[in-house]
Design a protein around this ligand. Structure first.
Ligand code: CTP
Ligand code: MG
Length: 247
């Protein structure tokens, strides 16, 4: 299918705590955004790459425009849009800027700046094989439990109490790029407009919206190198990965 990549890079990076948008934070001397962008182009994925930037981030915008000049003939069309207040709104801003003829879309977090080409290929291969929705994921190493705030006579013991333990072998930590047939993703984001504020806040990826439609979401192998740079520790890990990929 004729494919586009929507690169969502419009977040503020609160948890990284740099005081500038996360996409602009340096990693190996270059903004996180540029690593993500080069990774997409190197993978050869997409006839179009649509980047959602924080509104008013003129330096990042100029870097993207310079990169567009560098792209050889035959490279993807590079589009730049203003992102929205939430990740989902940034995705929708990207969807609104797709060129005619696009049949499939990969949505990718700029924060997963070091995603290996092989992950892009596993996602696009599954799309080409006919999957309407496909996500990369890895096994979970921690035991994961659900909790609730402690109430009643035990409230002084600890802030939270366990309500359940999910069977770890069934759990996956989900990454991006997430791939969709365009009509599926459009339908999912159209349905998302009907969610109330709490429901919207609970939407952390695009696949969730597709799941709500009852459409199967297929899972391919992700990569530990695809970590989402979220906290200062993640940035240290990413700097380390730049020095030499994992075996
Ligand atoms: N994102 C976006 N538009 C938003 C919010 C997030 O494009 N309004 C993007 C981010 O730029 C990032 C990806 O979605 O590439 C995943 O979001 P996250 O890791 O949460 O990044 P931030 O929202 O920037 O970080 P934080 O939540 O710590 O502020
Ligand atoms: Mg966020």
């Amino acid at each position: 299918p004729v494919t586009a990549v929507i690169l969502v890079a419009a977040g503020s990076g609160q948890r990284l705590g740099y005081g500038i948008p996360k996409a602009a934070v340096p990693l190996g001397g270059e903004p996180i955004l540029m690593h993500a962008l080069r990774g997409i182009v190197a993978s050869g994925t997409g006839s179009q790459v649509c980047i959602a930037l924080p509104p008013g981030e003129d330096t990042l915008r100029r870097l993207c425009e310079d990169f567009r000049q560098e792209l050889a003939d035959g490279g993807p069309l590079l589009s730049i849009v203003d992102g929205g207040a939430t990740r989902a709104e940034s995705v929708r801003a990207g969807l609104a800027a797709l060129m005619d003829g696009i049949e499939a879309v990969l949505v990718h977090d700029a924060a997963r700046a070091l995603t290996p080409e092989s992950v892009f290929h596993r996602v696009t291969d599954a799309l080409a094989a006919g999957a309407a929705a496909v996500i990369p994921a890895v096994a979970v190493v921690d035991t994961v439990k659900t909790v609730a705030a402690t109430t009643g006579k035990d409230a002084h013991l600890a802030p939270e109490v366990v309500t359940g333990t999910a069977p770890r072998e069934e759990l996956r930590a989900v990454q991006t790029p997430q791939g969709f047939h365009l009509d599926t993703l459009l339908k999912a984001h159209e349905a998302a407009r009907g969610l109330d504020q709490d429901e919207s806040a609970a939407v952390t990826d695009d696949a969730m919206l597709v799941e709500m439609l009852g459409i199967p979401v297929h899972v391919v192998r992700g990569s530990t190198q695809s970590l989402k740079i979220t906290t200062p520790l993640d940035l240290i890990l990413a700097e380390g990965l730049l020095e030499g990929p994992l075996g």
